[in-house]
Design a protein around this ligand. Sequence first.
Ligand SMILES: NC(=O)c1ccc[n+]([C@@H]2O[C@H](COP(=O)([O-])OP(=O)(O)OC[C@H]3O[C@@H](n4cnc5c(N)ncnc54)[C@H](O)[C@@H]3O)[C@@H](O)[C@H]2O)c1
Length: 390
Amino acid sequence: MYVNVAVLKETHPHERRIALVPSVVGKLVKLGAKLHMQSGAGAAATLDDAAFKDVVSISDRTELVSDADVVLAVQPPALDVIDAMKVGGILISFIYANKEPALVQRLLDRKITCFAMERVPRITRAQAMDALSSQSALAGYYAVQLGATHLARVLPKITSAAGAIGPAKVLVMGLGVAGLEAVATAHRLGAVVEGYDVRPETAEQVVSLGATFVETDVDARGKGGYARELTAAEKAKIGAVVTKHIQQADLIITTAAIPGRPSPKLISTSQVTGMKAGAVIVDLSAEGGGNCEDTRPGETARIGHVMIVAPLNVPSLLAQDASELYAKNVAALLSLMMKDNIVTLNWDDEVLAKTVLTHAGKLHSDKSEHEAYPSNKADKTTTKTTVKAA
Ligand SMILES: NC(=O)c1ccc[n+]([C@@H]2O[C@H](COP(=O)([O-])OP(=O)(O)OC[C@H]3O[C@@H](n4cnc5c(N)ncnc54)[C@H](O)[C@@H]3O)[C@@H](O)[C@H]2O)c1
């Protein structure tokens, strides 16, 4: 007996990652997986089919998923993938349900058990499965590289016989996982770094990375370690402090986000207008509309002498490392449900219960989390679901 696991080739435009890498194959095989992947699934991440020992390549996607107990992907799969899956099969992928109503409906109709990677709880025990963090950290690093290549100046202090230059001033706005990695990277590259966030606990974190915290005296801590939206008065208070730092910066990296809301606007057009000639903003929040009023998601805009770079799906640009970490996140999640060559879904496990999006035709929505909880005693007599394997 074994668990048939199928890995999809991504079809979203510009998506280069893959949900499996050769280094995790052995771990999954030990758990009882028989691995299959769509031919060429790793090519965009520089991984040839031949690099995947013990993994069977299948070119036809329908054939690949029709016999799978578990399907792995990075981006939400196409509807025909769900149609081809076994009723009651398992899907593990990023989903972002609010953007994918048709997909969610199909998952419900086909009674697919879907674990949405963005729902992995941000708790210590689930850190190894936290794909939001692994991918954000890479994006934070890459934002500094992007900024450096768009600047017409260097980040560190450089001394030559003709005299000394620099260092550049970097301001990181939003100090979550991506922001802190950006701070660390810019500091390593020799820039003078400042950080700003509306969660006061980030002050200590940013200082421990060798940067300075821009103190605004605003505390906008929301639920679950995330920020909440600011009031008009708080925005004005912050603007009065932050404008000076925006206008002194050579490079600004913005990463601010509020769960379920469009990206908060941290930089106005008038603040951009007052920035140094040649300054660069790298907006990592472009996916949610951007942190700058002038951000054009997916494009590079020029406002006067300032360049605003707003890349989409940054982790995909680092597909090799991003796939490595994502595949490890997925393997860690699978290790919670695969044992002795079968899949057992223990709904008393907080990580599984919070990550599941759909199960047995029911939506595990945020609003009615408890009611939709699969282990709800009124709904089920057992807290375990065993998936029959091949
Ligand atoms: N396993 C764990 O315990 C774990 C793992 C990862 C993250 N976390 C925590 O989860 C939280 C969210 O991290 P994330 O990286 O997903 O954050 P995120 O992507 O939701 O937001 C990025 C940052 O933007 C900030 N922000 C929001 N509005 C802002 C504004 N108007 N001005 C300036 N900054 C603003 C937020 O405070 C946050 O630091 C953090 O508290 C982080 O420490 C915990």
